[in-house]
Write a protein that binds this ligand. Structure first.
Ligand code: SAH
Length: 344
């Protein structure tokens, strides 16, 4: 069970060794509590004076013997004791998939990793607006814009590794899933090379979720039984266009706005029908989300005003969305009709 309590100005005693308790201390300080520290059960002199009766005791399990009797005394006198996880003994890196940009699509594991972080290096496409509510960690924007990297990839890897070697729990928060065009594999390799423990938390990839935000299922029974996710970062070769055109399933393109013209022309040349439905979904789950629907023959002019970030979808599944939208609109019409009949 989780409770939210306003701790502003409340006296909170955080127990546990300095290293193990550092994140709990930061969390309570961020929450506005007046934090007192007890770093050993015997009460070290350097901890200073303690409140007579704290509002709450936050007990960090640091593995030292002797805490239990002290905590028992607190409980016996009616002081609530909250168990707090200890920060790990050595620094490590967690690559976290942040989903397509809304906090709602973070995984539970992502939320936990953010909560336990000392430093978060985040990208522009990660859900970053709500970060201050999710973590008390230091936040470092290493945001990437297409063709304009605020911090270069090699520098990001260096920063992460150095911070972890200094003993921090580092979260590298990335848009979507770290292993889908996210350079996650390279970041893991640089940690491994430096001897830094690293783990990866999968995220909801924009390749599936952004089409879904526009009502487009990437597969649909009897319409498409496969989908291929392609990077449009650089133009595809003629051979790749031919393979893609021959597959017959859904094609999803990330980073495809800059090469849309070449893609459409290449697929046409490879024999794909000009009336193949196509959609461009911009800014999925974000303010200003917009869907442009056209077909292979008309998309270049239809999407002339489209910009990144956007996901392109090519295939008959685009029509499923249109049909479903028709149903949704019909349902809304029925609701309106029912409401007006009931009202009259
Ligand atoms: N690892 C990410 C993809 C990184 S490549 C993932 O799994 O989603 C960056 C590309 O992802 C963008 O150019 C765009 O094509 C797509 N993208 C990510 N978030 C998006 C969003 N909210 N709306 C539309 N496209 C998005």
């Amino acid at each position: 069970m989780q409770l939210s309590i306003d701790l502003t100005g409340r006296e909170v005693l955080v127990t546990g060794s300095d290293h193990a308790a550092r994140q709990a201390v930061r969390r309570y300080e961020t929450a506005g509590a007046v934090v007192y520290r007890l770093s050993t059960p015997a009460g070290a002199a350097q901890d200073g004076p303690l409140p007579e009766r704290p509002f709450l005791v936050a007990a960090v399990d640091d593995g030292q013997p002797g805490w239990e009797s002290l905590l028992e005394r607190c409980r016996a006198t009616g002081i609530p004791v909250a168990a707090e996880p200890a920060a790990g003994p050595v620094g490590h890196v967690t690559l976290v998939g942040g989903g397509p940009g809304t906090t709602d699509l973070l995984t539970v594991a992502a939320v936990k990793a953010l909560r336990d972080a000392d430093v978060v290096f985040f990208d522009r496409l990660a859900p970053c607006q709500d970060l201050p509510d999710l973590t008390s960690a230091e936040l470092v924007d290493v945001g990437k814009k297409p063709g304009h990297h605020k911090v270069g990839q090699a520098d990001i890897e260096k920063l992460m590794v150095e911070s972890a070697l200094a003993g921090n729990n580092v979260v590298r928060l990335k848009g979507g899933d770290p292993y889908v065009f996210g350079r996650g594999g390279e970041e893991v390799a640089s940690c491994v090379a430096a001897g830094v423990p690293v783990r990866v938390i999968s995220g909801v990839t924009s390749a599936i979720s952004v089409p879904a935000a526009a009502g487009i299922p990437v597969t649909h029974r009897e319409v498409s039984h496969m989908f291929t996710v392609v990077s449009g970062h650089a133009p595809l070769t003629e051979k790749e266009h031919t393979h893609l055109a021959g597959l017959g399933g859904t094609i999803v393109v990330l980073m495809g706005i800059g090469t849309l013209h070449q893609l459409a022309a290449g697929l046409r040349k490879a024999g794909m029908r000009p009336d193949m439905p196509m959609a461009v979904v911009e800014r999925g789950y974000r303010p200003g989300q917009r869907t442009t629907i056209a077909d292979l023959g008309t998309i270049t002019s239809a999407a002339a005003g489209c910009s990144n970030p956007a996901v392109l979808v090519i295939g008959e599944v685009v029509r499923v969305a249109e049909a479903n939208r028709g149903h949704a609109e019909a349902a809304a019409d029925l609701d309106r009709l029912a409401a007006s009949l009931l009202g009259s």
